[in-house]
Design a protein around this ligand. Structure first.
Ligand SMILES: C[S@@+](CC[C@H](N)C(=O)[O-])C[C@H]1O[C@@H](n2cnc3c(N)ncnc32)[C@H](O)[C@@H]1O
Length: 271
């Protein structure tokens, strides 16, 4: 079964504000793979579960026509409201029923979303729409982030992780796919020519406010908010306070480096 999260207008707005685009290392992994498979330049790229378009806008810089799709109208509205290139468009539809002809898509991507789909139905649909010689790329960042600042990075990461772990207690069962580094999703990929890369590290420039905003944008935090709004809000306040104390600064706009690890599964359909 597909799992619907990220639906509300409020969540979509927080999402748009705080979710980052694929970092340079992930971008290079994807573009390098497509070159290796001679799948570049692709004519039609479909970014499934595009949310507010973080990955879709990166794709638009490299490919002729990019369509972002998402089950959430609120997310697609946020994506449409953002400035983007003329070769990008957006559609509301489930990942398991893509409105594209058989063998019409050169590249099908999904960033930090495939674990929410009905995996079996989505893989069937991906197999149907991707052209022979076309590719599927599914990535996610994992939950083991670190935060770096001056000489207190270790302490700062500890503060972040302690609070992040409290939020992750509200994680949906689907996060098991992220925790197993997309192993099950990799195994379900329908093309024999496939690989899984689990050690892609990207440095995302943020501020303390952005890190706290990122925590707020996470689906487990939204569940926490529904269960216990007071505790959820005070957790974010407490995280911010402890981060600033650890860093010895007073401004929440102080820059930090947020390190994420990506997992990426890549596959190419035989010609
Ligand atoms: C964690 S967000 C990722 C958004 C964006 N790709 C990014 O990189 O930040 C997951 C997205 O998947 C969408 N989603 C969840 N289940 C879906 C489904 N069955 N079909 C299409 N989109 C789905 C959600 O609405 C949400 O926008």
């Amino acid at each position: 079964m597909a799992t619907q999260m990220f639906e509300g207008r409020g969540h979509a707005a927080v999402y748009q504000k705080y979710r980052f685009a694929p970092g340079k290392e992930l971008q290079q992994t994807i573009l390098g793979y497509l070159q290796e498979k001679r799948a570049n330049p692709a004519e039609l790229v479909v970014d499934v579960g595009c949310g507010s378009g973080q990955g879709t806008r990166f794709l638009a810089e490299h490919f002729k026509k990019v369509v972002g799709t998402d089950i959430s109208e609120a997310q697609i509205q946020e994506a449409r409201d953002e400035a983007s290139m003329p070769n990008v468009s957006y559609l509301v539809c489930p990942a398991e029923e893509l409105p594209f002809e058989d063998a019409s898509v050169d590249l099908l991507t999904s960033f930090t979303a495939a674990h929410w789909f009905d995996i079996e139905k989505f893989m069937r649909e991906a197999n149907r729409v991707v052209k022979p010689g076309g590719c599927i790329v599914l990535s996610t960042y994992t939950v083991d982030m670190s935060v770096r600042y001056g000489n207190c990075s270790e302490k700062l990461t500890k503060v972040f992780r302690e609070n992040w772990d409290l939020i992750l207690k509200y994680a949906h069962n689907r996060i098991k796919h992220v925790k197993d580094d997309y192993k099950e999703i990799f195994e379900a990929l329908p093309f024999p020519d496939k690989k899984r890369v689990t050690n892609i590290f990207d440095k995302i420039p943020m501020t303390v406010a952005d890190v706290v905003g990122y925590m707020e944008s996470a689906s487990p935090y939204q569940t926490f908010m529904k269960n216990d709004p007071e505790a959820a809000k005070s957790l974010l306040q407490e995280t911010e306070k402890r981060m600033l104390e650890t860093m010895g600064v007073s401004s929440r706009e102080t820059p930090v480096e947020f390190y994420v690890r990506h997992v990426c599964v890549l596959a190419c359909k035989g010609r």
